[in-house]
Design a protein around this ligand. Structure first.
Ligand SMILES: NC(=O)c1ccc[n+]([C@@H]2O[C@H](COP(=O)([O-])OP(=O)(O)OC[C@H]3O[C@@H](n4cnc5c(N)ncnc54)[C@H](OP(=O)(O)O)[C@@H]3O)[C@@H](O)[C@H]2O)c1
Length: 259
């Protein structure tokens, strides 16, 4: 039976390269994003290089729990690999229709909901893996004002706290999902020119394929089989103090659960 993977943010700079990279290892890949036309174009692009790739797509707004739950309920069969990669970094504070600050909803709750709702399809699968694309640019998680309701919204600060949360969620879910045989790891991808990097005021010196290298490796390589609860940069395991803060990790999971 062929292994199935989901990649979110899959027409973005790094996401498309991740989807292509994983498809290159022979997995069926479902590309997830919110714009159907862009998802279809990404598939066309990947097929030019990998004509035999089995590719599908799902147009979902990942800032919205209901959309993710519906997607999960409609999912048929098993799932072996989930790569949470989608992110946003609007320069002005915006909210979802449910009134949740957009970076918190997309970059953090989106990852949380994808894992919560999709991981049941991954239970007891051989070598099931979740990869959370985070960043080295991380920190400043402020539990007293996660959505910038009382402090001035700075998109860089909101982004950094969301990427810290991505790493912490990886540690929390690694512990929770161990019993189901699902590995969960986080990584920095690479520095690539993209909408996110531009909105942060940065450029990027690497190609999308270089940026996708560590996430694809974590999703597919035998070298990391059975590794879980770690943070990686350039295929190397790095100590992450956010992930070793077990009380903070539990608190974050509880906060996400409460939405
Ligand atoms: N680029 C870098 O140098 C760098 C460095 C460190 C970490 N990262 C991480 O790498 C990942 C990929 O980022 P990127 O640089 O490739 O940025 P990107 O090109 O802007 O890609 C982000 C993707 O996420 C999608 N997305 C945003 N909000 C969404 C929503 N509500 N629902 C569904 N999809 C949504 C975007 O779609 P739309 O176009 O429709 O918004 C886009 O496809 C992110 O997690 C980022 O934090 C990037």
């Amino acid at each position: 039976m062929k292994r199935k993977a989901i990649v979110t943010g899959a027409y973005g700079a790094i996401g498309k390269a991740i989807a292509k990279g994983i498809a290159g290892y022979g997995l069926d890949v479902v590309l997830v994003g919110r714009d159907e036309g862009k998802l279809q174009r990404a598939i066309t692009d990947i097929r030019k290089l990998l004509p035999d790739a089995e590719l599908g797509y799902a147009a979902i707004d990942l800032s919205r729990e209901n959309r993710i739950r519906e997607f999960s309920e409609a999912w048929e069969g098993s799932l072996q690999v989930l790569v949470n990669n989608a992110a946003t970094c609007p320069r002005a504070r915006t909210e979802t229709p449910e009134g949740i600050e957009m970076q918190w909803a997309t970059n953090v709750l989106g990852y949380y909901w994808m894992i919560r709702y999709l991981s049941p399809h991954m239970k007891k699968q051989k070598d099931a893996r979740i990869v959370n694309v985070a960043s080295y640019w991380a920190g400043g998680l402020n539990f007293s004002d996660l959505e910038f309701k009382t402090r001035y919204y700075d998109n860089d600060e909101a982004y950094r706290q969301s990427k810290q949360a991505n790493r912490m969620l990886s540690a929390g879910f690694a512990t929770r999902l161990k019993v189901d045989g699902i590995a969960v790891n986080a990584c920095h991808p690479g520095d690539v020119v993209s909408k996110v990097s531009s909105d942060l005021g940065y450029g990027g010196s690497e190609t999308p394929e270089q940026g996708a290298d560590t996430p694809v490796w974590l999703a597919t390589s035998g070298e990391v089989e059975n590794q879980t609860g770690h943070y990686y940069e350039r295929r190397e395991k790095r100590h992450c103090s956010f992930m070793s803060d077990t009380r903070g990790v539990e608190r974050l999971l509880e906060v996400c659960e409460g939405y």
